[in-house]
Design a binder for this molecule. Structure first.
Ligand code: SF4
Length: 310
């Protein structure tokens, strides 16, 4: 009795082996099947027959592999593989760290108040005690100017003069800002001026993080309500607050940036210009870019302006 060929062998190979086994059978070797379910050792003749069968299989296999390729049985087509090495393999598991979604920043996510206006914002601010700056202030400096201005200037916070008057940029730095605005062919009443924090920090120090966090939502509402074409941030505190960055202002000063769908330009604070008059030329270049966007012509027939390069 001949044992059956394994199913995985090709039919031609099975046929050839079968013929060889019949040949061995004709020679009197009739022990090619064995009791696989028993643990008994095989008789030497069975081992010999198996050895012959293995060698026959190996020989036939070698013969087949030496055949010309055209004579080989065609292999089933393999699934096409991409040769694009730039395509990374599909991940086999969910990554532990999800990618940071590209979405609105904290301020951009700040809910816009429908039908907001400056009067409503000032009413909501009230006699504010949301941060510790309220303890030392004299007056809240909310902001001043055209509620529909195309240009908004944002400073850092009130100084002594502003704290006393309740108006932004009315000290020495404020006078220089007024000259800059006029050099642009505008007047103060044409623009809107406000600060990141509405109360004066003691000793004119920079506002602290918690103070900025408490007060800046009102600045955002002011900007949204006015909806200017251009925002000019004066100094690093204003720029870093609005842009939510720790980068120094010199790294992005004079470049057009985007904030809540509006064009934003950061430049030096007028107080800095008072200490460093040579920087006026840089600020004037920045303001000329703003003028180009707003379609403004510099004021003519005026003596050398403090904002212009000397
Ligand atoms: Fe309120 Fe702003 Fe003044 Fe702080 S700085 S007390 S948040 S108005």
């Amino acid at each position: 009795m001949m044992r059956s060929m394994p199913d995985r062998l090709p039919q031609t190979l099975q046929k050839t082996i079968s013929e060889r086994l019949h040949f061995y059978e004709d020679l009197g070797i009739n022990l090619f099947y064995k009791q696989r379910n028993t643990q008994q050792p095989q008789p030497p003749a069975t081992q010999f027959a198996d050895s012959l069968a293995a060698r026959a299989t190996q020989q036939i296999s070698n013969e087949e592999s030496s055949l010309p390729k055209t004579a080989r049985k065609p292999e089933p087509p393999k699934p096409a593989q991409s040769t694009n090495l730039a395509v990374p393999p599909r991940p086999t598991r969910t990554p532990d760290i999800l990618p940071v979604p590209s979405g609105p920043t904290l301020f951009e996510a700040f809910t816009r108040v429908p039908d907001d206006n400056l009067l409503k914002i000032r009413t909501d601010l009230g006699e504010c005690t949301r941060c510790k700056l309220h303890r030392t202030r004299n007056k809240i400096v909310f902001g001043d100017g055209n509620p529909k201005a195309e240009l908004v200037f944002v400073g850092e916070g009130p100084g002594h003069d502003e704290d006393m008057q309740g108006l932004p940029f009315v000290g020495r730095a404020g006078k220089l800002l007024t000259q800059m605005i006029e050099a642009m062919g505008l007047q103060r009443k044409d623009v809107y001026i406000c600060n990141v924090v509405k109360c004066r920090p003691p000793e004119n120090r920079a506002p602290e993080k918690d103070e900025v966090a408490a007060c800046s939502p009102f600045l955002m509402r002011q900007i949204d309500s006015i909806a200017p074409k251009v925002i000019v941030c004066l100094g690093s505190t204003a720029a870093q607050t609005v842009l939510e960055t720790n980068r120094g202002i010199s790294q992005f000063r004079g470049q057009w940036l985007e904030f809540r769908g509006r064009k934003l330009m950061a430049t030096y604070h007028p107080a800095y210009l008072l200490r460093n008059p040579s920087a006026k030329s840089e600020v004037w270049k920045d303001l000329q870019k703003v003028m180009a966007v707003l379609g403004l012509e510099p004021k003519k027939g005026k003596p050398a302006d403090a904002a212009k390069p000397s």
